[in-house]
Design a protein around this ligand. Structure first.
Ligand code: F6P
Length: 487
């Protein structure tokens, strides 16, 4: 709801939770159910609290010109680009298909999942279509390598058929309002890609995204994960037999693989480690393709922890006042010391870690007792700007500006404080922070504020935007993320 003031009860719990790791229950539950691929949240104290209206409310896609809807579906650059597209772009150009290309075990699905998460977080209606799922539904999960032989005409037709089915579904979904479809299959021959391009004509623009990996160790690791985790091998109890079959399947694909040279494409070559790789682009234009390239060029899969924590309790927090720039309360100071203790232990062997704060006193003071790591202040990490309501209590807002109070309650995600910000605004300004967190190879500790942490956390945990404004950020929560899967 509107007032997410924290009860002193939960506060007491969390102060010790940070250090003694007592209060991890909620997150573990969340993580078991919803753990996104490639992301491990192995310690923390946050759980999104779903308001009643969530199941009923969904974000419509695109901007509704001339509709009664007063508030936009997106903010800043994303909204500007959507308007420009609508006014100037061709209808076909407004829909984008990112078609993955590459041999099995090259990290295609991982890239697809990651890109989907990023685009959704920015407010683009995005969906991942996995052709493997269609194949398993139609032809069963335990097809042997023979099914993938390049001279098995029946197999080729069956595979083309499921690819076409998935593509049809994706185009239908776009006609229903979807904006970016991520089409995940090997798509490793020119013929297959030609078929997809034909189907896309008049419906959407296609960009091929080819993942190339020449690192034997990474391929071997991916293959191992595939045997252990792919539904294709769920019924194969013998690891060695599974491995033999998969390697044969790989050879079958290698025989006919034709790297992309046609159309618009992005090639990611040995990008997984975050060093030494390269990204090649051809015939790329437009806002969204540009953003996608920028995201991909900055992301890598090298594991490293990211810790998110709220600042220690401030004087305004004690009084229930929003915003402001007050110093820490006694409890807040206690937390800052415990946090420093925790960080020192946790990052003992991490010489290159950095501490990020906002430019507001309460985060800077929370970081003060931490020594030995560079500290960086980000304006982008400042709390949501509550404009004319800054410094008021929720009760005061309700009394003095009942209409504002009601509007916010109705649509907290889009509601913009007069002369302040909305959650969507906050997400827009956090985009460079996300890109930088993706790019960093060393641990980062982010000390920030409730609304900002909701927005950042929703990215890492792949939560829908509509949940962001009501996620529960308990006092003094921390979480630790490791990016470590590559398939
Ligand atoms: O109350 C603390 C605080 O960080 C305020 O400064 C800020 O306005 C608020 O939380 C954000 O939470 P909500 O969006 O739920 O009001």
């Amino acid at each position: 709801g509107f007032n997410s003031r924290d009860s002193s009860n939960s506060k007491k719990l969390q102060v010790s939770g940070m250090v003694e790791s007592k209060s991890v229950g909620t997150l573990i539950q969340l993580q078991k159910k919803d753990r996104p691929q490639g992301l491990y949240v192995d310690r923390g104290v946050v759980s999104p609290k779903l308001g009643k209206s969530f199941s009923a409310c969904s974000l419509a896609s695109g901007l509704n010109f001339g509709s009664t809807k007063a508030m936009p579906e997106a903010a800043g650059a994303v909204a500007a680009a959507a308007v420009a597209d609508r006014l100037h772009g061709s209808k076909e150009d407004r829909k984008l298909a990112i078609v993955l290309v590459g041999l099995p075990a090259r990290g295609k699905t991982f890239t697809a999942v990651k890109l989907t998460r990023y685009l959704r977080w920015l407010g683009h209606e995005t969906k991942h279509f996995n052709v493997g799922k269609y194949r398993r539904l139609k032809h069963g999960a335990n097809q042997s390598a023979d099914f993938f032989r390049p001279d098995n005409q029946e197999g080729i037709e069956a595979r083309n058929e499921v690819a076409a089915l998935a593509m049809e579904d994706m185009i239908d979904w776009m006609h229903g309002g979807g904006q970016v479809g991520i089409f995940d299959a090997t798509n490793s021959t020119r013929k297959r890609r030609y078929m997809l391009m034909k189907m896309a004509e008049g419906n959407c623009k296609i960009i091929f995204l080819e993942t190339i990996c020449n690192d034997r160790n990474i391929i071997e690791r991916n293959v191992r994960l595939k045997i252990q985790q792919s539904p294709d091998y769920a019924d194969q109890p013998d690891y060695e037999a599974g491995l033999q079959d998969f390697l044969e399947r790989l050879t079958n694909y290698e025989k006919v693989y034709e790297p992309v040279q046609e159309g618009s494409y992005i090639k990611m070559i040995d990008m997984v480690k975050g060093e030494g790789g390269q990204l090649q682009v051809n015939n790329i234009s437009g806002y969204l393709p540009g953003r996608i390239v920028f995201f991909l060029v900055n992301s890598h899969l090298a594991p490293r922890p990211i810790l998110l924590t709220r600042h220690g309790e401030s004087l305004h927090n004690v009084r229930g006042r929003v915003g402001g720039d007050t110093v820490l309360s006694e409890d807040g100071e206690l937390y800052s010391k415990k946090l420093a203790n925790f960080i020192e232990k946790r990052l003992k062997n991490e010489k290159t870690a950095t501490i990020w704060t906002s430019t507001l006193q309460r985060t800077i003071l929370t970081a003060t007792p931490i020594v030995g790591f560079p500290k960086i202040q980000w304006r982008a990490l400042d709390e949501i700007n509550s404009g004319v309501c800054d410094g008021m209590t929720y009760e005061e807002i309700k009394k003095i500006m009942p209409e504002e109070y009601e509007s916010r309650k109705k649509d907290k995600l889009r509601y913009r404080y007069p002369r302040g910000e909305s959650y969507l605004d906050v997400i827009q300004r956090l985009e460079p922070v996300i890109i930088e967190l993706e790019r960093q190879r060393a641990p980062v500790v982010v000390i920030s504020h409730q609304a900002v942490l909701r927005a950042l956390y929703s990215y890492f945990a792949d939560r829908p935007l509509r949940e962001v404004p009501d996620m529960e950020v308990t006092w003094h929560f921390d979480l630790l993320l490791l990016h470590q899967r590559c398939i």
